[in-house]
Design a protein around this ligand. Structure first.
Ligand code: SF4
Length: 387
């Protein structure tokens, strides 16, 4: 039987009896040394170690550290700021699939690519709420809804429906995240009022490499959406994908942009490309586990308080490989058979992994219907669930 750990308990542990604090003070300096070691020991030396002034060169030196150093020292930072065994389970549901007008080279949902994904309309409320209930019963504490749209312009009725979904799922006691494309300041405020916990809008890659992956919207438009989300008081979820053909400098560039935002995103998904037939990136080589660990470990050191999500591509990694990602600082996964349109790890495999590794599911932070003073809708008839 898996025990859950609450964020409150985690915070208390981290500020009172966190074994990493004395450990950090006593960690002997290695003879060889590395940038990962220097940065990690600086981060764990104080509780207020967040930095927003990283230079690209500093992050590159951490990223280039010997892998065993990076793994050990990112783990040290991880256990200073988080419970090292607590992993949040999130469920991502595609509430509107395919037919997207954008041309993201990796995405099977783009209408510009000849893939087998068929366009659907927005899922009905009953089906979405049934999926959220099912996810909660399976242990998820965050429910994410993804829609394949460029933005919400001209979609007032769909947007209003989604506001309703957010409100009701929040009332179930789950954190709620949406990824609906670009949103305006006003839409961000409306989502906040509905109770949205977080909004996902990935940078995908570095500013320099971005035009090779997407041409239908700019990097700055992405940053504008992140600013609208932050200004509305919604948590920012933003990360990227490796394996698109980018260089190591591009990976560092993306982390640099995220780590030097006015506030670090509360959540950074690290995805490994799952190349899909019919997309321009269909022939890309799969990402190696060492590349994931390097990315996760660096993200953990430069953004110590952020939730690092081991996201798409996890299905290709073995349990020992995933264990190393958790050691490096990943503390969230997506559960459920599908991640939007691509395959994901089986529920039973994840359950077995939690038991083998002694991981505990992380409770949502602050979500009760009472806190929000919203009405919980009566249970509705089950409808078709797409996950
Ligand atoms: S990643 Fe999102 S915006 Fe880009 S094509 Fe796919 S669904 Fe559209």
């Amino acid at each position: 039987m898996l025990k859950r750990i609450s964020v409150a308990a985690r915070a208390m542990a981290s500020h009172s009896s966190n074994p990493a604090a004395p450990l950090a003070a006593n960690v002997p300096r290695s003879l060889l040394g590395s940038a990962a070691e220097d940065a990690a020991l600086a981060a764990v030396a104080t509780n207020s170690a967040l930095r927003f002034d990283w230079s690209k060169n500093e992050i590159k030196r951490i990223y280039d550290s010997p892998l065993m150093d990076l793994l050990f020292y990112s783990s040290l930072v991880h256990r200073k700021f988080h419970d090292g065994r607590a992993v949040q389970q999130c469920t991502l549901l595609s509430i509107k699939t395919g037919g997207c007008s954008e041309d993201c080279s990796y995405c099977p949902q783009s209408s510009k690519h000849a893939t087998t994904v068929e366009a659907t309309k927005l899922m009905k409320e009953d089906a979405v709420l049934a999926a959220a209930r099912k996810a909660k019963e399976a242990g998820s504490s965050r429910f994410c809804m993804g829609a394949a749209w460029r933005d919400m312009e001209g979609r007032k009725s769909n947007f209003n429906s989604i506001l309703g979904y957010v409100k009701e799922i929040r009332g179930m006691g789950m954190e709620v995240c949406c990824t609906l494309g670009m949103i305006t300041e006003t839409q961000a405020k409306q989502l906040k009022e509905a109770g949205l916990t977080a909004y996902n809008h990935n940078l995908d890659t570095s500013r320099e490499f971005y035009p090779k992956i997407i041409t239908t919207r700019t990097y700055d438009e992405r940053l504008d959406t992140l600013a609208h989300v932050r200004d509305a008081g919604i948590n920012v979820c933003s990360g990227g994908i490796i394996g698109l053909g980018e260089s190591h400098d591009d990976r560092v560039g993306m982390l640099h942009t995220l780590a030097t935002l006015p506030e670090h995103p509360e959540s950074v998904p690290v995805n490994a490309l799952l190349a899909v037939e019919g997309t321009p990136l269909e022939a890309q080589e799969p990402v190696k586990i060492w590349e994931m660990i390097r990315m996760i470990g660096t993200a953990r050191i430069v953004m110590p308080q952020t939730m690092i999500r081991l996201s798409a591509g996890r299905v290709r990694f073995t349990q020992p490989e995933q264990a190393m990602c958790f050691m490096a600082g990943a503390n969230s996964i997506f559960t459920g058979d599908k991640l939007l349109t691509t395959p994901n790890n089986a529920y039973n495999d994840d359950k077995a992994m939690f038991e083998t590794l002694g991981l505990v599911p992380l409770e949502p932070k602050s979500v009760t219907a009472k806190d929000l003073e919203i009405e919980i809708p009566a249970p509705k008839v089950k409808d078709e669930i797409l996950i």
